[in-house]
Design a protein around this ligand. Structure first.
Ligand code: PEP
Ligand code: MG
Length: 316
């Protein structure tokens, strides 16, 4: 039965009553594109460009090399959306030539957008390469910054995009609680939000994502994390803008329904999860997802939140 449900699963992501939730793929480069297309991804919701930077430990890839890689991904989704994240170096993704080695707490130091603001030529090359890569293609390019803390960060990123002459939507990732708490002010500078639940959980619970001993606190069903997702989604709705999720949370079919109920407007995940999320979302109405989301937020633990959402959706 599960197999039949999956086989029947194709087309755009939507609830049973037709509320559309685009299902997008997380990719690390052109090599991940075939699986995304095969899974029926409606585009790319997170292109982790740092993989392009891993080949050479001494310098950034040339503009030409970047144009080539970006173009290959952009070409695969004509009329689709491709959300490219600018380089997210540091902490769990250190780069020899960029990441400071003398910080006591690299996760709280110069990483993500902070690295790019300290090395503006790296960001300029990347944004220029994106501007060239998208030329003449019918794709909807969106470009976002990792680790945006506040409105000032969002403005610095949007200014850099404009200076590079980039014709695209500019967005901010919500990975730091301050960005979720003041999402409306971040949205004064950018056109969309994308929640990175892996880092958002890490910074909300002061629980290193690489330390197994604190994995309980990394559970994306934690009601406090759901509260921050809700805040971000509500802010985007109030501003008439979109708010997706591109962290691991989006790949859990039940949680995908809850995120939809919280007001999240698109879900991006590893390609392998897309058919499961599509099939599960198609079983429930938006109102059911909203009731499941309210039940999960009313819970006192991740386990209770999951059980409460499950109970609502299975009609108990
Ligand atoms: C996240 O933090 O949830 C995210 C999507 O980014 P990454 O996992 O690449 O840090
Ligand atoms: Mg992250």
């Amino acid at each position: 039965e599960r197999k039949a449900a999956l086989a029947a699963s194709s087309g755009p992501g939507a609830t049973s009553d037709g509320h559309k939730v685009p299902l997008l793929a997380n990719v690390g480069g052109p090599a991940d594109v075939p699986a995304a297309v095969e899974a029926g991804a409606e585009g790319v919701g997170l292109f982790r460009t740092e993989f392009l930077f891993l080949d050479d430990s001494k310098k950034a890839p040339s503009e030409e090399k970047q144009v080539e890689a970006y173009r290959k991904v952009l070409e695969a989704f004509p009329e689709g959306r491709v959300v490219v994240r600018v380089l997210d170096a540091g902490a769990d993704k250190p780069l020899d030539f960029l990441t400071p080695t003398d910080e006591p707490n690299p996760a709280l130091g110069v990483r993500g957008l902070r690295t790019l603001l300290e090395n503006p030529e790296i960001m300029r090359t990347q944004l220029t390469a994106l501007a060239k890569a998208v030329e003449g293609l019918p794709v909807y390019l969106e470009v976002m910054a990792p680790m945006v803390a506040d409105r000032q960060d969002a403005k610095a990123f949007a200014d850099a995009c404009r200076e590079a002459g980039l014709q695209a939507k500019f967005g901010a990732m919500v990975e730091i609680p301050s960005a979720a708490l003041r999402a409306r002010s971040v949205l004064q500078e950018v056109e969309f939000l994308s929640i990175g639940t892996n880092d958002l959980a890490q910074y909300t619970f002061a629980a290193d994502r690489q330390v197994g001993a604190v994995s309980r606190l990394q559970d994306p069903w934690q009601p406090a994390l759901l509260d921050l997702v809700a805040l971000s989604a509500e802010a985007a709705k109030a501003e008439g803008k979109s708010c997706g999720v591109c962290g691991e949370a989006a790949s859990d079919p039940l949680l995908a329904c809850v995120l939809t109920g919280l007001g999240v407007t698109s879900l991006s995940m590893g390609a392998a999860s897309i058919p499961y999320v599509r099939a599960t979302l198609a079983k429930y109405t938006l109102a059911q997802c909203e009731r499941a989301a309210a039940a999960a937020r009313a819970a006192e633990s991740a386990e209770e939140a999951r059980a409460a959402a499950q109970a609502v959706l299975s009609g108990e």
